[in-house]
Write a protein that binds this ligand. Structure first.
Ligand code: 5GP
Ligand code: SF4
Ligand code: MG
Length: 464
């Protein structure tokens, strides 16, 4: 998963993008980058490993002149986590420069790449996104938006893109609409962003979603758009509402806060915990769902776990008792709230179960009498091929164990997940038109057999 941002017609486009990327930090913490294009059509870029605030300095932004810019925060799904794989990609071709930032995961990238390599292409990264850049450079069409349409034709999987070709800013969304992308107005200019929270921070007004299969072009003549691919059955990622997006955003036209509250309401209806004294969230990702559970069940919402916000990706796992220590560095229980109580612990999802097991041990260690775990999404039974870095099937706890076994493994008295129907009916715009493949096993594309090879080494979920 990644965050993408693009702006056209802002006096200091790189600075606007820098600000926008701060609001898309939750979508990717591995690297961040910006490319800006000035009035002489000169493209300059910077890409750094790490967080937006660590890598990209305000001083550097001043050097990136121009009224057009795109930016990216990266969370790697295809290709390893190195500077070579940071985005935006900036390349020169016969027609000038191409800069591109991608959110999603192409499911036929390996096939497309080997075809390009067979005809002589040399790749600078292991990212699936670079395939699109090569296809752009080879396109026969002359107008930037038609070049992009040509390049994307035959590319399968999930993509939201912001691209600069020459002095034209382009945005595109795959025909199944997997990932969110919106367009906003900023003065006389336009802004594209993965989530509306990035429009808010730069003072832009939301115009609308970029439509599935649509390409929007912005240049000196204004904004124009066309349907480049016939829209297919919608597969908006339901996990955006469950976990990924920020609650202050609207994704797929719906409020993430309202979605999570509704997930919590349904969870309380489907999986009540009548003997419990209180509810708490595993901060921060399940805050809104826990609030929903509390609202519906009538149980008080308490702050039973405190999350340390200063432990970032840089925390190095100690060698001995690593997993427990990792959880402890990140979360501490509030004994005053938990001692002697029967508690409902709400989380948005269980992936491997390792963070959850550590958390349950902490909660019990703080004196909780009974622990009832409630999860605001169904069991994750398969990996995601469309841009979220869930692990392979053998590492997914729910792919290999029954609910009763999971309850025993994580050490809870009872465990209740939201049903698939419950989830799809709770999210705005549901129940149809969502991808639920990792929960249901219904994958809308063939599983990319080579994705595993392109993935970087397995990583633990950070449990945020
Ligand atoms: P687990 O118990 O499976 O190790 O971790 C569960 C926690 O992981 C939950 O709090 C959930 O919010 C979080 N989580 C779910 N999906 C992801 C993801 O894609 N990346 C990260 N970093 N955390 C995730
Ligand atoms: Fe989202 Fe799951 Fe579909 Fe991936 S498989 S796009 S995480 S719903
Ligand atoms: Mg979490």
């Amino acid at each position: 998963m990644c965050g993408i941002f693009g702006v056209f017609g802002a006096p200091h486009a790189a600075e606007v993008t820098h600000l926008g990327l701060y609001s898309l930090q939750h979508r990717g913490q591995e690297s961040a980058g910006i490319v800006a294009v000035d009035g002489d059509s000169v493209a300059r870029g910077t890409r750094k490993m790490g967080l937006v605030g660590e890598g990209l300095s305000a001083v550097e932004m001043e050097k990136l002149e121009g009224q057009i810019a795109i930016g990216h925060t990266r969370y790697s799904t295809a290709g390893s986590s190195t500077l070579d794989n940071a985005q935006p990609v900036l390349a020169r071709f016969k027609g000038g420069h191409i800069a591109l930032a991608h959110n999603g995961n192409l499911t036929n990238a390996v096939e497309l790449r080997s075809r390009l390599e067979d005809s002589g292409s040399i790749f600078a990264s292991t990212m699936d996104s670079e395939v699109i850049v090569h296809r752009l450079a080879r396109a026969e069409q002359a107008l930037p938006e038609y070049m992009l349409a040509e390049a994307l034709h035959g590319v399968d999987g999930a993509y939201c893109l912001v691209v600069v070709i020459g002095e034209t800013l382009l945005a595109a969304r795959d025909p199944r609409g997997w990932r969110p992308l919106v367009v906003g107005a900023l003065g006389d200019g336009f802004v594209f962003a993965s989530e509306t929270c990035a429009l808010d921070i730069v003072g832009a007004t939301l115009l609308r979603e970029v439509l599935p299969g649509e390409i929007i072009a912005v240049d000196r003549d204004g904004m124009r758009s066309f349907q480049s691919e016939t829209p297919r059955q919608l597969h908006r990622c339901v996990f955006e509402h469950v976990y990924f997006a920020r609650p202050d955003s609207y994704v797929f036209g719906g409020s993430v806060d309202r979605a999570r509250r509704a997930l919590g309401h349904r969870l309380a209806d489907e999986q009540p915990a009548p003997t419990a004294d209180l509810v708490f969230a595993v901060p921060d990702s399940s805050n809104a769902a826990a609030l929903g559970f509390a609202e519906r069940s009538g149980l008080p919402l308490e702050l039973a776990l405190i999350r340390n916000h200063y432990v970032g990706r840089t925390f190095i796992q100690p060698t001995q008792a690593g997993r427990d220590a990792k959880v402890k560095v990140k979360f501490n229980p509030v004994r005053e709230v938990l001692a002697g109580k029967s508690v409902v612990m709400v989380d948005d999802s269980i992936v491997r179960g390792t963070t959850t097991r550590g958390l349950v041990a902490l909660v019990r260690g703080a004196g909780a009498r009974e622990v009832h775990m409630r999860v605001s999404s169904p069991p994750i039974v398969g990996p995601c091929y469309y841009g979220i870095d869930t692990p392979n099937r053998d590492e997914l706890i729910a792919a290999n164990h029954s609910i009763e076994e999971i309850a025993a493994l994580i050490g809870v008295d009872t465990l209740g997940y939201l049903s698939l129907d419950g989830m799809l009916n709770a999210v705005p715009g549901g129940p149809d038109g969502f991808c639920d493949a990792c929960f249901s096993g219904n994958y809308p594309t063939p599983a990319p057999s080579s994705l595993v090879k392109m993935r970087r080494a397995p990583r633990e979920t950070a449990g945020v």
